[in-house]
Design a protein around this ligand. Structure first.
Ligand code: CTP
Ligand SMILES: C[C@](O)(CO)[C@H](O)COP(=O)(O)O
Length: 258
């Protein structure tokens, strides 16, 4: 049944702490247009296993996470359910599959709507970030447990960033209008972690097109904090990212001896 062994488990929560149940919503309904023609991105293979399975395992690998809600491409929800049934996951982790929407924002909302009572912390994790290490997941959960309403893993930028005016016509040069201070900029990743009530309110209130869930919480005027992100939590977006993801996975398998 299983194509490879279960990943190692992360530490249990600190003793003496009240149990706060954590669920992860995985938006996986995107087409993956920037990756090029083929199956929906989440269903494409990485090391012989669908990217989505890696992403689900990355969440289930954290002992904090007891439910994963997968938001599937609308036409493929049945296939996704069968796929997940056919791959090994820790027994402590329940998995639900719901159909997604036209935008990432809508897909996350559908995942939230499907979340049963009893989960007070919610992670939102892109299926397109299949290789996030468990330590990053645990750091996000820990920061929410410590009282933050919204937490994002973040990394400093390697490149200098320019703000531009849109080109007058496709292919024309873009006028540069500013060079933001890079030392104060961060590239943010997922999983992003939230106090459930805050995330639900953000999704009920914010109607602007926002590219991440923490951005929606910012629109409510609430604080968002960062924890250190990880290079291997990169998003598989373009074909070269898939080459890098295969290389990272191959190195892990070599290090793990299988
Ligand atoms: N309607 C959508 C669009 C995106 N996503 C999910 O949001 C995550 C981040 O999106 P991105 O990497 O941009 O994926 P795609 O939208 O599939 O990529 P593209 O823009 O290249 O089509 C992915 O896990 C993707 O499956 C989703 O659940 N529902
Ligand atoms: C949520 C996210 O992964 C944080 O970096 C990112 O904003 C998703 O963006 P995309 O436009 O869906 O690629």
């Amino acid at each position: 049944m299983s194509d490879d062994p279960l990943p190692p488990s992360s530490p249990t929560p600190a003793p003496g702490r009240p149990t706060v149940r954590t669920a992860a919503v995985i938006p996986a309904a995107g087409r993956g247009v920037r990756l090029g023609p083929g199956a929906p991105k989440a269903l494409r293979a990485l090391g012989g296993t669908p990217m989505l399975v890696h992403a689900v395992r990355a969440m289930a690998d954290s002992r904090a996470v007891s439910l994963v809600v997968v938001v599937a491409p609308p036409d493929d929800a049945g296939e996704v359910k069968s796929l997940l049934d056919a791959h090994a996951l820790p027994e402590r982790t329940d998995v639900l599959v719901v159909p997604g929407g036209d935008s990432r924002q809508e897909s996350v909302k559908r995942g939230l709507d499907a979340l049963p009572e009893g989960y007070d912390i919610v992670l939102v994790h892109d299926a397109a970030r299949p290789l996030v290490p468990v330590d990053t997941v645990d750091a996000v959960v820990e920061a929410v447990r410590d009282g933050a309403a919204a937490v994002v893993p973040a990394l400093p930028l390697a490149d200098t960033v320019k703000q531009v005016e849109p080109a007058a016509a496709p292919g024309e040069p873009e006028p540069v209008v500013a060079t933001p201070d890079r030392s104060r900029l961060r590239a943010v990743q997922t999983p992003q972690g939230f106090d459930r009530a805050t995330l639900v309110r953000a999704h009920e209130t914010v109607t602007d097109d926002v590219t991440d869930d923490a951005g929606m919480v910012e629109r409510l005027g609430l604080a968002v904090v960062t924890v250190p992100g990880h290079e291997e939590a990169f998003k598989v977006t373009r074909p070269l990212d898939l080459v890098l993801a295969e290389a990272v996975l191959a190195r892990r398998r070599l290090n793990d001896g299988f």
